[in-house]
Write a protein that binds this ligand. Structure first.
Ligand SMILES: NC(=O)c1ccc[n+]([C@@H]2O[C@H](COP(=O)([O-])OP(=O)(O)OC[C@H]3O[C@@H](n4cnc5c(N)ncnc54)[C@H](OP(=O)(O)O)[C@@H]3O)[C@@H](O)[C@H]2O)c1
Length: 298
């Protein structure tokens, strides 16, 4: 298939390209800078210049593609994650950019769009399993992801094949994990919420293979990740990766300081990714968080 990929120069975009190319697909990656073009070439895709908000450029770049994969993002990493203004660019990409991409795909006659979303949007489910029918809890942090999914609903209504992947928190050899391991190494907290609550993670590599599977998946919205684990186990894994013992947690004040942006990371979300595996045959290469997820992180 010919894949048109936004965010191709990014951490997740390059994982997507590697997996799609390994499956024999051709990837055209949208870039904004010469450095981005080089990163895209190095990951095995062909770069094309453009920006998410230039709809005419998008339409002509997408023509002839079999699928559009929209991985453009501007997620704040590190301490910036606690500052509300740092999320603005990401909000715009999700709420407005996803619409530009969907309308461009319709205008270019691309039959399929794959849109990543976030499983952290689900409401706190305690110890119950969370599947794709579980309630979503709207907040300042989750709203942009919910809105991006409504653009996929629109694409489906107009006859397109829309696939949404609700990803767990991306973990592995990538910047956010590295930042958390460095924090753990210096004895600082990495966890939010109740240590006994559940969380959902996905290895960077498995984001790529999940998108490759989504290229031909039945139309739908799917959770994508490894087995859920208790937040205490995740914090302990960060501590061990940092050469210590005893994962530490932030107090409630820190969550409040995040201006509503961090609350979603306190929800108990025992998310099942069973449906995606059943429908596509996808299996994560990293089905359960183990210390080898941190290999090469620092
Ligand atoms: N589920 C999750 O937990 C989740 C989801 C997403 C991200 N993250 C985290 O966020 C961090 C970054 O990952 P990432 O791959 O999402 O981001 P990234 O590495 O910062 O890449 C973002 C991509 O989007 C592109 N982009 C940004 N604004 C654009 C615009 N206006 N028009 C066109 N392209 C635009 C960037 O292009 P340029 O190169 O031109 O800037 C880049 O290719 C990682 O640490 C990851 O774990 C986590």
């Amino acid at each position: 298939m010919k894949v048109f990929l936004t965010g191709a120069s990014g951490v997740l975009g390059r994982a997507v390209t590697s997996a799609a190319v390994a499956d024999g697909h051709q990837v055209v990656g949208m870039v904004r800078t010469p450095r981005g073009a080089q990163l895209v070439r190095d990951s095995g895709a062909e770069p094309v210049s453009g920006s998410l908000f230039e709809s005419d450029t998008l339409v002509s770049a997408m023509r002839g593609a079999d699928v559009v994969v929209n991985f453009a993002s501007h997620m704040p990493t590190g301490r910036l994650k606690t500052l509300a203004p740092a999320w603005r660019a990401n909000d715009r990409i999700r709420m407005h950019g996803a619409g530009v991409v969907v309308r461009a795909a319709l205008a270019a006659g691309v039959p399929r769009v794959v849109q990543p979303s976030l499983s952290a949007m689900y409401a706190d489910g305690g110890d119950d399993w969370v599947d794709e029918h579980s309630a979503v809890d709207l907040s300042r942090a989750t709203e942009p992801f919910v809105v991006s999914e409504t653009w996929i609903d629109r694409f489906r209504r107009d006859g397109g094949e829309g696939v949404v992947l609700r990803l767990g928190t991306v973990t592995g050899p990538e910047p956010m994990t590295a930042w958390l391991v460095r924090r753990a190494r210096s004895g600082r907290p990495t966890g939010f919420g109740d240590p006994a609550s559940w969380t959902h993670v996905v290895h960077l590599h498995d984001v790529g293979t999940a998108v490759a599977a989504a290229l031909t998946a039945p139309v739908g919205t799917y959770n994508v990740g490894a087995e859920p684990l208790r937040r205490a186990e995740l914090a302990e894994a960060f501590a061990v990766a940092g050469g210590r013992r005893g994962g530490r947690f932030h107090g409630a004040l820190m969550t409040r300081l995040g201006g509503g942006r961090l609350e979603m990371f306190t929800r108990s979300q025992r998310v099942s990714s069973q449906l995606f595996g059943d429908r596509t045959g996808w299996h994560p290469q990293f089905p359960k968080l183990t210390q080898d997820w941190f290999d090469g992180v620092l």
